[in-house]
Design a protein around this ligand. Structure first.
Ligand code: IPE
Ligand code: MG
Length: 242
């Protein structure tokens, strides 16, 4: 039986602010708790067959927030990149930044690219963090790049598109999770993709959960994998040929 090498799980982190409000804390404390949740989850990827973890941490649309919140978020990322990520990289994590790099604060870009360089040959979990990202902007950058490079219209194929996005071709998410969504009601549940990996997720199973991101644990991840990826139940079993 062929066992799939690993899963690619994408997560749209949502609910940090509501978590903070529930706790009577400032919104930034919710974001700090969100970073802790992410750190906890990354470490559990290998034991859960997650080979790639992609997280939507800062959308281009998030610039609309109060300056104090945006500045605080960048400080948290910088701390994450310069302190916590070091240990993860020593443990074999490979780091990749996705999004429009030209719009990032200089220090965040420098720390991210340094982490990419240092981890490029690591073979552990691939951690992709989307900063200053929007999937429509990603397509606009790709088209601009093609025009600047005089790509012939004949060369613009589905394969060309897939291999000129911010992500690596052939490594599209199996599952996309959005936290902090309203509870299902009347047999209906909501989904909002917020332009996270739109072209890469055409075949992904999308799962929403009401759990706020700071409360999201490995137990939630395992339940979602069991729910959304039937192949995870085949260990020790037999796959009928399809
Ligand atoms: C998501 O949590 C984190 C970022 C976008 C950086 P929110 O900040 O959107 O949390 P809510 O939606 O206000 O609860
Ligand atoms: Mg939100």
């Amino acid at each position: 039986m062929e066992i799939k090498k690993g899963l690619h799980v994408g997560i749209i982190l949502d609910g940090n602010g509501r978590w903070a409000t529930q706790q009577g804390k400032e919104r930034l404390e919710g974001h700090a708790e969100g970073v802790r949740a992410l750190l906890g989850l990354i470490k559990t990827c290998p034991e859960n067959r997650v080979q790639t973890l992609s997280v939507f941490a800062f959308a281009i649309a998030n610039w609309k927030r109060d300056k104090s919140e945006v500045d605080g978020i960048w400080i948290l990322f910088l701390q994450f990149l310069t302190t916590h990520l070091k240990g993860l990289i020593d443990d074999g994590v490979r780091f990749k930044l996705i999004g429009d790099r030209s719009g990032l604060p200089d220090a965040v870009l420098a720390a991210s690219e340094d982490a990419e360089r240092r981890s490029v040959s690591n073979s552990g979990t691939l951690l992709q963090i989307a900063l200053n990202y929007d999937g429509v902007d990603e397509v606009a950058r790709m088209v601009k790049n093609a025009l600047q490079n005089d790509i012939s219209p004949d060369d613009v194929t589905a394969q060309y598109v897939q291999s000129h996005l911010d992500t690596e071709a052939g490594n599209e998410p199996d599952i996309i999770i959005r936290t902090g969504m309203p509870e299902a009601s009347g047999g209906m549940s909501q989904w909002r993709g917020s332009a996270f990996l739109p072209l890469q997720s055409v075949q992904s199973v999308c799962v929403s959960t009401e759990v706020l991101w700071p409360n999201f644990t490995v137990d939630h991840l395992q339940k979602i994998i069991a729910y959304a990826d039937p192949s995870s139940r085949l260990f020790g079993g037999q796959r009928t040929k399809v």
